[in-house]
Every structure is written in structure tokens, then in C-alpha cells.
Design a protein around this ligand. Structure first.
Ligand code: TLP
Length: 374
């Protein structure tokens, strides 16, 4: 029995209309602020945040720290900057950072850990993107003066390019304990850590309990227009604030953005299960389309990655073929296509995407068959 995809009446009432009729499944970064967010932004009390005088930012930072069970938090412009700041705080030039091969810090942050923080990524391949301690331990450098040194382990939960896969809170705690015993810090790229927490049925504080720092995005599944946060100890955030300024991320009357972030943080986690149900429905529908390959059981959160090799189209061609029909997707590898569900796509959009996908794939197979007969 396929999972019933659900709409989100509250969100549909609040969100501004999408006149284009496009079902944009490229990413959860594309969400638009709700009316409540827009109102809060307009009415936000602001001050100069570089002088620590923006009351809305201060309130957001206090609340984020509280939710994650950490001492302090810092509002940053983007997830990339948040990760880079954490890497910079925990390392020296010439250090190595252990991360998963397909992790965002390794593949999609323009090599900033090398270009700016002066570190080498030391990658390990985890099944479904999830690293085990033996895989991490195997790439820790011995303490020898003529070797570069391992300083940091960077985990990603949920793991984006592995299809929204998950570390449990216990797996993370275990890695942290062992890493700490080996003298390493552990940072979490938690761009989608609220999706992870909802799927695991735990609080984000449980996931964060032994981590030295966490970056999470307000601007993905949580639906805020801009902004991410880093959380950690007072000492970590004090240094993080310095690097944020050095990297050009010191913002002034940024309470106008933090106001949307506060709503995202309080309200949005409650509805992420809807995105997960919609992702499950998508995966089940895709699995029924001949020549597309996905195991719906592998879909744990809001990211659905499927293989299109047997269609005769590569991922770019398939995305291009979907686009004129108003369904937008992203190619993530030569034959891998990604759909990400989020608060601006309800159940009818999911059914529409499946209808279009089936029609486009069926048509391409018909064209391939008639070309073969000629
Ligand atoms: N991910 C984006 C693209 O960059 C791929 C997306 O559409 O998924 N960590 C993770 C795990 C991410 O997925 C992303 C963005 C970031 C960090 C960076 O966040 P931003 O875009 O705010 O710098």
C-alpha cells in the first residue's frame, strides 16, 4: 500500500502563490518565505549585529543554542560559510579533515577548506554516505612530525548526495567519543539535521550532544529565505564570530532575516514529516516507472535520488526533458537525478511530477524503440 502523500493546509494558506505552476524539486533551498515570515521581517526590531546590538539576532542565537543543548550560537549567511568557519576554528594550516567522499564539504564548497582554511580533505567512502569508526580510524594520520596531522572529523546528517541517509544519534555519539579519545574534534554539517531528527524520532539536542560544533540551515527544509547557524561552546562561538567577520559575513541590521529564521526554527520542524511522506510517495511512484531504478526503502527523509540509465537518457537529458512540462529536477551524477521535497510542494505537486516523469520516460522509450526499428 503506497504511503498517502499529505498536503500542508497551513503552509498552503500562508505561502505566497506560485503563479508559474512549476513543481520545483531541484532542492529545498528554493522555498519562499511564508506570510508570517514576511510580516515578522517587516516588523523586526533591529540593531547593528556587528556590535552585538540586534535584538532579533540575539534572540535567534539564544534559542538555537537552547534547542541544540549548546552554550552559544551564531547566525551566518550560508551553510557553506558556517562549515568553513567551523573548519577554520578547529584546524591549523596543513591539517587534514576527515570527511565522507560525497560530502558537501568535500565536493560542493569550492575547496574552501583548502583554499581558505589551508586544510586537506582526507576522504573515506561510507556505505550510503555513513561513516563507521573503523573507516574513520583507518585514515587518521599517525602522530609523526613529517606527516600532516588529522585535526577534525566532519560528518553530514542527513547525507545529501547519498540520498538523505542518516546517522543515528548513537552512531554520532560513538564516533565523537572515539574521535575525542584520539584527540580530534567532530563537526556536523547538519544542513538538514532537523530532517534527520524528525526521521529518527529524536531531538536535535540528542544528535548534537557530543559534537563539538553543528552547522544547520534555516534556509532549506525549514523554509527561511536566508541564513544558517553554527552552535557550540562559548569559546567556539567567540572564535567563530571573528572568522565570520574575516570571511565577510559580519552583517548589520540583519534582524530582518533573523526574524524569518526564528519562525523557521520554531514552526517548521513540526511539518517536516509531511515532506518525508511526500518523498516516500515519490519514490514509490518512481519505482513503478519501467526503466527507472530506486528502492523506496532507501528513502529516509526528503531527498529522492534515482537512476535513469535504462531510459537511454542521461540525467541532464532527463532533467531537460522534464523542464518544459514544469517539473524541475537536478542531475547529481551522469545517471542520477535528485528530487527534494519541501514546504512549497504539496501532495498534488507530487502526483503531477510523477505523471510528467512517467509520460516523459514512456515517450523517450517509444522514440528509442521506433529509432531501433528503422
Ligand atoms: N546544498 C545544496 C547544493 O549546494 C548542492 C542543495 O541543493 O542541496 N551542507 C549541505 C549538506 C548542503 O546540502 C548544502 C547546500 C550546504 C551545506 C551549503 O548550504 P548553503 O547553500 O546555504 O551555503
Amino acid at each position: 500500500m503506497p504511503t498517502q502523500a499529505t498536503t500542508d493546509p497551513d503552509r498552503e494558506l500562508q505561502s505566497s502563490p506560485n503563479d508559474s505552476g512549476v513543481v520545483d524539486l531541484r532542492s529545498d533551498t528554493v522555498t519562499r518565505p511564508t506570510l508570517a515570515m514576511r510580516r515578522a521581517m517587516a516588523e523586526a526590531e533591529v540593531g547593528d549585529d556587528v556590535y552585538l546590538e540586534d535584538p532579533t539576532v540575539n534572540a535567534l542565537e539564544r534559542r538555537a543554542a537552547e534547542i541544540f543543548g549548546k552554550e552559544a550560537a551564531l547566525f551566518v549567511p550560508s551553510g557553506c560559510m558556517g562549515n568553513l568557519i567551523a573548519i577554520k576554528v578547529w584546524t591549523h594550516h596543513g591539517d587534514e579533515v576527515i570527511c565522507e567522499e560525497r560530502s558537501h564539504v568535500n565536493l560542493y564548497e569550492l575547496a574552501s577548506m583548502s583554499a581558505i582554511a589551508g586544510c586537506m580533505p582526507r576522504v573515506a567512502r561510507g556505505e550510503d554516505g555513513i561513516l563507521t569508526w573503523p573507516q574513520i580510524e583507518a585514515v587518521i594520520r599517525p602522530t609523526i612530525y613529517y606527516d600532516s596531522q588529522t585535526a577534525l572529523v566532519c560528518l553530514e546528517n542527513s547525507h545529501n548526495m547519498a540520498g538523505g541517509t542518516l546517522y543515528t544519534a548513537d552512531q554520532i555519539t560513538d564516533i565523537c567519543e572515539r574521535a575525542h579519545a584520539a584527540g580530534l574534534k567532530v563537526h556536523l554539517d547538519g544542513a538538514r539535521v532537523f530532517n534527520a531528527a524528525v526521521a529518527l524520532g529524536v531531538e536535535v539536542a540528542q544528535i548534537a550532544s557530543n559534537l563539538d560544533s553543528v552547522m544547520f540551515c534555516l534556509s532549506k527544509g525549514l523554509g527561511a529565505p536566508v541564513g544558517s547557524m553554527v552552535v557550540g561552546s562559548h569559546a567556539f562561538i567567540e572564535k567563530a564570530r571573528i572568522y565570520r567577520k574575516m570571511f565577510g559575513g559580519g552583517m548589520r541590521q540583519v534582524g530582518v532575516l533573523a526574524a524569518a529564521g526564528r519562525i523557521a526554527l520554531e514552526e517548521s520542524p513540526k511539518r517536516l514529516n509531511i515532506d518525508h511522506q511526500n518523498a516516500q510517495r515519490l519514490a514509490e511512484g518512481i519505482a513503478q516507472i519501467p526503466s527507472l531504478r530506486i528502492d523506496p526503502r532507501s528513502v529516509k527523509t526528503n531527498i529522492v535520488i534515482f537512476d535513469c540509465k535504462e531510459t537511454g537518457m542521461d540525467a541532464v537529458q532527463l532533467c531537460d526533458a522534464l523542464k518544459p512540462h514544469g517539473v524541475w529536477a537536478l542531475d547529481t551524477a551522469p545517471y542520477s537525478v535528485r528530487f527534494v521535497t519541501h514546504c512549497d510542494v504539496g501532495a498534488p505537486c507530487i502526483e503531477r511530477a510523477l505523471e510528467v516523469l512517467r509520460a516523459v520516460v514512456t515517450k523517450s522509450q517509444g522514440t528509442a524503440a521506433s529509432t531501433a526499428r528503422q
